[in-house]
Every structure is written in structure tokens, then in C-alpha cells.
Write a protein that binds this ligand. Structure first.
Ligand code: SAM
Length: 243
């Protein structure tokens, strides 16, 4: 991956950045995403935000080497603290856990006043982001699920709006866990992901079965069974090499 050729994962994130946007990429690492967008004339301004010194320095180095310093500002800081109100109309946060992404958005809520689109790519725990979007009145407008190098990624795009709209045509508990749009499409990476999760929960259940009985163990077992049942319903009891 470099500033000319992104991974499929980051290219999918890039696809949801509106043409001409002022984008802030939080946790930008090498600044590949904003650099790629700037080189292709897709953004009018970019911020590459980084909390860690090493990635910040490599973002600075890349942006300078590409001659993009007029368009991209590389800033060191925690989450949305690198942006001032009005700096950005689109925020991308990719390659972190869903809880961390939700936390970054929550801590920087006041910076979101002028932001019109969020493009978020959690590596795990996308449910934490879907919950945050609902709690903060952001409407999920699109979801994608892709497989690259044997890993499965979800990409979520949201805009201010009717946060519950995507959940009206699906069972809420299932929709928030697996994604309301992804649930309706059930593409191959989706099926693979949830068969793997089910297998994992079955393993956890077996471990709990052999643990010393207690009220806590029983409660955990019930939670796990609930999740397994939910996924079995989603997958219509589909079996495969991953089940
Ligand atoms: N966004 C790039 C991508 O998707 O390929 C890089 C992902 S990398 C795994 C995660 C980056 O986020 C790291 O460089 C890390 O330093 C940065 N990061 C983690 N927490 C952060 C925070 N609170 N604020 C800014 N950057 C953060």
C-alpha cells in the first residue's frame, strides 16, 4: 500500500468521502488515505491526525515527499482534538476497534457541528459504533463488508438524520449487531464472518459448561446462547466449512 494504491479496505473508505470534501482522517498513520484523496483531486483540504509520534512523523514525511503540504495538514493529538470547529465536513476513522472509534467521536462531540459525513471502519465491535450513532442522532446511510488478506472488514457511512430509520425494516437487536444494510444483503464475507463468530461463541459456551457452576456462569451461558440463536436465525441455519 502507498499513496497511489490503497488497500481495498481503505479504498472502500475513500469511496464514501464526498468529492471536494474537507476531510479529517483520525489515526491516519502514514497519511495514505488523505494523500491518495488529495493526489486524485478528490478533496479540497485534508487533516491527518495522529496521537503517536512515530506514525505522526511518517505522515509528515509522506505528505511532504508527495508535495501535498498545501492541501494536507498533519497534526499530532488525541482524536478530534486536532480539528477546530469548521475545519472538516467529513471525518474518517479506520483500522481501530469499534469501541475506540465510538470513544473518539464521543470525546470530540463539539467538533462535529460542521461535519456532514462520518466514514468509519472498525476492525471489531461495529455494534459499539452503531449504538453511538443512534445515541447521537447520526443516521447510518450505507454499510459495506469486504474480505482482504483473509480478514473481514466493515465500513460504515453516516450523516446527521433519522438514526432509527435503517432499523425500521429489520429486527432491532439483530440489525444493531450485524448491520441493518448488511443483514438485508447477506453477502459472502458477511456469512463467513458470522459463521466464524458463531463457532467462537460455541467454543465459549463449551468452556462455560466445564466451569464451576455459579449464577455468573449461568448468566454468561444464557447471553452466549442468545447470541448463537440470533446468528442462527440470521444465517437461516446455513452450515459450511466454518460452522
Ligand atoms: N487509519 C489507518 C488505516 O486504517 O490503515 C491506520 C490504522 S492504525 C492500525 C491505527 C492508528 O490510529 C495508529 O497509528 C494509532 O497511533 C492511531 N490512533 C489510535 N488512537 C488514536 C487517537 N485517540 N487519536 C489519534 N490517533 C489514534
Amino acid at each position: 500500500m502507498n499513496t497511489d494504491k490503497l488497500s481495498v479496505r481503505l479504498e472502500t473508505v475513500a469511496k464514501y468521502v464526498p468529492f471536494g470534501a474537507r476531510v479529517a482522517d483520525i489515526g491516519s498513520d502514514h497519511a495514505y488515505l488523505p494523500s491518495y484523496l488529495a493526489k486524485n483531486g478528490r478533496i479540497s483540504f485534508g487533516i491527518a491526525g495522529e496521537v503517536a509520534k512515530g506514525p505522526f512523523q511518517s505522515a509528515e514525511k509522506n505528505v511532504m515527499a508527495e508535495g501535498l503540504s498545501d492541501i494536507i495538514s498533519v497534526r499530532m493529538g488525541d482524536g478530534l482534538e486536532v480539528i477546530q470547529p469548521g475545519d472538516a465536513d467529513c471525518i474518517t476513522i479506520a483500522g481501530m476497534g469499534g469501541s475506540l472509534i465510538a470513544d473518539i467521536l464521543d470525546k470530540g462531540k463539539e467538533k462535529l457541528a460542521t461535519v456532514r459525513r462520518l466514514v468509519l471502519q472498525p476492525n471489531i465491535n461495529a455494534i459499539a459504533i452503531r449504538q453511538w450513532l443512534i445515541d447521537n442522532e447520526w443516521e447510518l446511510i450505507s454499510e459495506e463488508i469486504i474480505e482482504e488478506d483473509n480478514k473481514i472488514y466493515e465500513i460504515l457511512a453516516a450523516e446527521k438524520g433519522d438514526a432509527l430509520k435503517p432499523y425500521r425494516d429489520v429486527p432491532f437487536e439483530t440489525g444493531i449487531l450485524v448491520g441493518p444494510f448488511l443483514l438485508q444483503r447477506k453477502e459472502a464475507p458477511f456469512t463467513k464472518k458470522w459463521l466464524l463468530e458463531k463457532k467462537n461463541w460455541k467454543r465459549i459456551y463449551e468452556q462455560l459448561e466445564s466451569a464451576a457452576p455459579s449464577a455468573e456462569t449461568e448468566e454468561k451461558k444464557q447471553e452466549v446462547v442468545k447470541k448463537i440463536n440470533l446468528i442462527e436465525e440470521v444465517l437461516d441455519n446455513e452450515e459450511s466449512e466454518w460452522s
